[in-house]
Design a protein around this ligand. Structure first.
Ligand SMILES: [Zn+2]
Length: 417
């Protein structure tokens, strides 16, 4: 057994700290391999990073993948994934895996929900916000959430216990407690009630996780992360971090923490800092659903260890790709005769072998491989960016790297502002 691994096969070891901040390097040990942090984890929502084979995901530098419990519960069903030997075996990914609890997906069905919004878009506050022309597809009560499948309209119910059962059947190395994900439009009094509900659900998740870990002791250990809510309120965020790190249900505690909820972009760093100031240093912290370059720097600096987001692959499928000088759209006519890689400094498979002109043609011709090649590049760019942050914390040059990268990546935005 690895010297850094305890009896469960899961362990976190902190490495180097970032001077003057909460950022740090570290290693997460799981039964399916180690994750050097900080790290970006590509999302394979339905047990597939859309358009890209697992071999390519590994080759582009990803250390783990994250799938979604809500989607896999509906299709193909967690019992199918369990019979296949768990998520990793099912999708032929041999490294560490995560599943998120499904709370965000079931609760954001039908509401005008954005993970990160700018504060200037915040004009009203109500607990009955529903996106225009959309039927509300989820209803929450103190015991759980009833929701309508987006696939066939059938009714389903998630409780903390059901989420744990589904995630144990899916078998990922790191799973998340079921939480109520509020929107930034909810009132303060609703956020308070919701936070207490999430705390009670966290206790129930620990109990059910303990029960399932015992009865499924022939399966690899799964680490459970508690999810911290509290919206934009400092007292609620700090309370959430203190409460969930103190929970102990007959010896079962959280193995790590998910920093969750909708966030104002402008307050992202502050909220991550509030949480990480309260959290124990010997457990890893995952910032859920964050993947923009500037947000990743802010997250790393303030103490988040791992990140996931659908943005790099989703944007790639719309022909938007990252370069050191910002995002560009390969479908623009100016790229039809650009016989050079997307980014001359990039070492990914796509940039080593293909030109912008060819990719531009593939997108216009609607060839499937267009999405594949663009996704490989974007995931490599974001995974590589967080890996460079890790290396620069080690070498003591994080802040220089940050200034240089952001200055160049967002230079065009500054000119426009
Ligand atoms: Zn590339």
């Amino acid at each position: 057994m690895d010297s850094g691994t305890n009896a469960t096969g899961f362990h976190y070891q902190e490495g180097i700290s970032l001077p003057g901040a909460l950022g740090r390097t570290g290693t997460i040990y799981t039964p399916h391999g180690d994750i050097q942090t900080p790290a970006f984890i590509p999302v394979g929502t339905k047990a597939s990073v859309k358009g890209v084979l697992p071999e390519s995901i590994k080759e582009l530098g990803a250390q783990a993948v994250l799938a979604n419990a809500y989607h896999l519960y509906l299709q193909p069903g967690p019992e199918v994934v369990d019979e296949a030997g768990g998520l990793g075996s099912f999708m032929n990914w041999h490294g560490p895996t995560f599943t998120d609890s499904g709370g965000f997906q079931v609760l954001s069905l039908g509401v005008g929900f954005k993970k990160v919004i700018a504060m200037d878009t915040e004009t009203f506050r109500s607990d009955e916000v529903i996106a225009a022309n959309k039927e509300r597809l989820a209803h929450v009560d103190d015991d759980g959430v009833t929701f309508k499948s987006h696939l066939d309209g059938s009714m389903h119910r998630f409780t903390p216990e059901v989420s744990m059962q589904v995630q144990h059947q899916l078998g990922a190395d790191i799973i998340f407690a079921f939480d109520e994900c509020t929107t930034l439009h909810n009132t303060r009094s609703y956020q308070e009630k919701s936070l207490e509900r999430t705390r009670l659900w966290a206790k129930r998740c620990l109990v059910e996780h303990g029960r399932l870990t015992t009865i499924r002791s022939d399966h690899p250990y799964q680490a459970l992360f508690g999810v911290l809510q509290g919206a934009q309120y400092e007292d609620l965020r700090r309370t959430a971090a203190k409460d969930l790190s103190a929970l102990n249900e007959e010896g079962i505690t959280f193995d790590g923490f998910g920093l969750g909820g909708a966030l104002y972009k402008e307050k992202l760093g502050t909220i991550v800092r509030w949480l990480c100031e309260e959290l124990p240093r010997d457990k890893p912290r995952h910032l859920l659903g964050i993947g923009e370059p500037d947000d990743l720097f802010v997250g790393v600096e303030n103490g988040a260890d791992t990140f996931d987001c659908v943005a790099p692959s989703r944007q790639a499928r719309t022909s938007a790709v990252f370069t050191a000088d910002g995002r560009v759209n390969l479908s623009n006519s100016q790229y039809q005769r650009k016989f050079a890689p997307i980014d001359s400094e990039c070492t990914c498979y796509t940039c080593k072998n293909y030109t912008v002109a060819y990719l531009s043609h593939l997108f216009r011709a609607k060839e499937m491989v267009a999405s594949t090649l663009a996704t490989i590049h974007n995931e490599h760019f974001i995974v590589g960016l967080v890996e460079k942050m890790r290396q620069n914390i080690h070498s003591g040059q994080f802040y220089d790297f940050k200034a240089e990268f952001l200055g160049r990546f967002y230079a065009k935005r500054k000119l426009l502002a």
